[in-house]
Design a protein around this ligand. Structure first.
Ligand SMILES: NC(=O)c1ccc[n+]([C@@H]2O[C@H](COP(=O)([O-])OP(=O)(O)OC[C@H]3O[C@@H](n4cnc5c(N)ncnc54)[C@H](O)[C@@H]3O)[C@@H](O)[C@H]2O)c1
Length: 393
């Protein structure tokens, strides 16, 4: 695959690192940046033959099969429309749009152009995520009733993130987009997100947008997706997921505590990990960030999807649903009420199944069974007709 990267900042460098690693056969042939100096430096750093300061030139270049968008949120729509007009497959970083309306416009544009629209939601491709999702799909934890995802750090690294107009919001649009899509995968993408209740506030930074938020996303089967985000968490980047199912539980700590701990007096000036706040004392480095944050599996799925003429696991439709959920969260934070998720285009298919309770015998359901420290076995039962709760040893 011959690739153009639009943008030469933080995420574009992560993407380039991932694409040049491990003897990949896909090559970056073009980079766009606003200034020639930045475009040339990026091209030199990654041995890229072409660079430009025109988005249209990058997208239309004959040496480009697919375009990767790593631009600030306010530039995603313009860049996607340029790629669709040039008939190029387009892979856009998160969040897809600053809101659902922008995302829907992007979805419509790629579908009309007949090109693949890949949503670069890397946290839905981490090794721990992929293993968790496979276990859930195999039924290992039963029906998922509650999926919680948390992303918190001390705040982003560029000015535009802090400008509500340019980014579309604060911590919620920036980090909540990851959490929403993680929970949505675990609960089941075919199950419709129905309504959202959200608290969001500007607690620490002198900005107009929220720097902390918590929300509950209710799905049509009753499952809850919970997200917690912050731009004022101290101590690095905390990425954690907890999934509760009727037959099991998954806890995944993706970044701050991966089982790798290091102490240093501070000698040397080593980079530790994204958003790490210290480079001395006890540290929590990440082995291979590009891999552990999901970029390797993500690009493999994106390029395989283009080759096989199928949708990638994370695509523009997913990006659109995420934006629609976040729109409802923003509204709920204002109204302090559950707000419906407005989906002009819903493609999931789900049939409500009758709840099956575990029978103890013909007359009773078994609610709970436990062995006490005395060795006594207690069973809590509910009578099927009268509803009375009883205990049996
Ligand atoms: N885990 C992830 O998937 C992840 C992580 C970080 C950032 N991102 C996303 O990547 C995108 C870029 O974030 P970043 O961290 O690289 O930011 P950044 O500030 O480091 O880079 C932004 C890039 O966009 C360019 N840019 C900004 N305004 C522009 C304009 N008006 N016209 C043309 N170019 C413009 C900048 O020159 C720069 O090349 C955002 O959408 C962000 O949400 C994703």
């Amino acid at each position: 695959m011959k690739l153009a990267i639009l943008g030469s900042g933080f995420i574009s460098r992560f993407y380039a690192e991932s694409l040049v690693a491990q003897r990949r056969k896909d090559v970056v042939t073009m980079v766009y940046s606003r200034t020639e100096a930045n475009a040339k430096k990026f091209a030199d750093d990654y041995n890229i033959p072409h660079y430009t300061t025109s988005i249209h030139e990058a997208a239309a270049h004959p040496d480009v099969d697919a375009v990767i968008i790593g631009l600030s949120n306010d530039m995603h729509l313009e860049a996607v429309l340029a790629c669709a007009a040039a008939g190029k497959h387009v892979l856009c970083t998160k969040p897809l749009g600053r809101n659902g309306a922008e995302a829907l416009q992007m979805l419509r544009a790629v579908e009309a152009a007949g090109v693949v629209g890949g949503y670069l939601e890397d946290l839905c491709y981490t090794p721990k995520f992929l293993k968790s999702l496979a276990a859930i799909k195999a039924g290992s934890i039963g029906e998922v009733t509650w999926a919680k995802s948390r992303e918190t750090h001390p705040g982003p690294h560029s000015d535009w993130f802090w400008d509500k107009e340019k980014s579309g919001g604060g911590a919620m649009i920036d980090l909540g987009c990851h959490c929403v899509e993680i929970s949505r995968n675990f609960i089941g993408k075919h199950i419709r997100p129905v309504e959202v209740m959200c608290w969001a506030d500007t607690r620490v930074h002198p900005i107009d947008a929220e720097d902390n938020a918590i929300a509950l996303v209710k799905y049509e089967n009753g499952a809850i997706g919970q997200f917690e985000v912050s731009w004022s968490f101290r101590g690095g980047m905390d990425l954690r997921d907890e999934v509760m199912g009727t037959e099991g539980t998954i806890w995944a700590n993706n970044f701050l505590r991966t089982g790798f701990e290091m102490f240093t007096t501070g000698k040397g000036t080593n980079y530790v990990a994204e958003k790490a706040e210290s480079s001395s004392g006890w540290l929590f480095p990440v082995g291979d960030e590009v891999h552990e944050l999901g970029y390797s599996h993500m690009f493999t799925d994106m390029f395989d999807a283009i080759d096989q003429k199928r949708e990638p696991a994370e695509n523009f439709y997913d990006g659109y649903v995420v934006n629609a959920i976040l729109d409802a969260a923003y509204l709920s934070a204002k109204t302090k009420k559950w707000e419906p998720v407005q989906l002009a285009d819903w493609r999931g298919k789900y049939e409500q199944v009758q709840k099956q309770y575990q029978s103890f015998d013909d007359n009773y359901y078994l609610i709970k069974e436990e062995v006490l420290p005395t060795g006594e076995k207690k069973r809590i039962l509910k009578h099927k007709k009268t509803g009375s709760i009883e205990v049996r040893s």
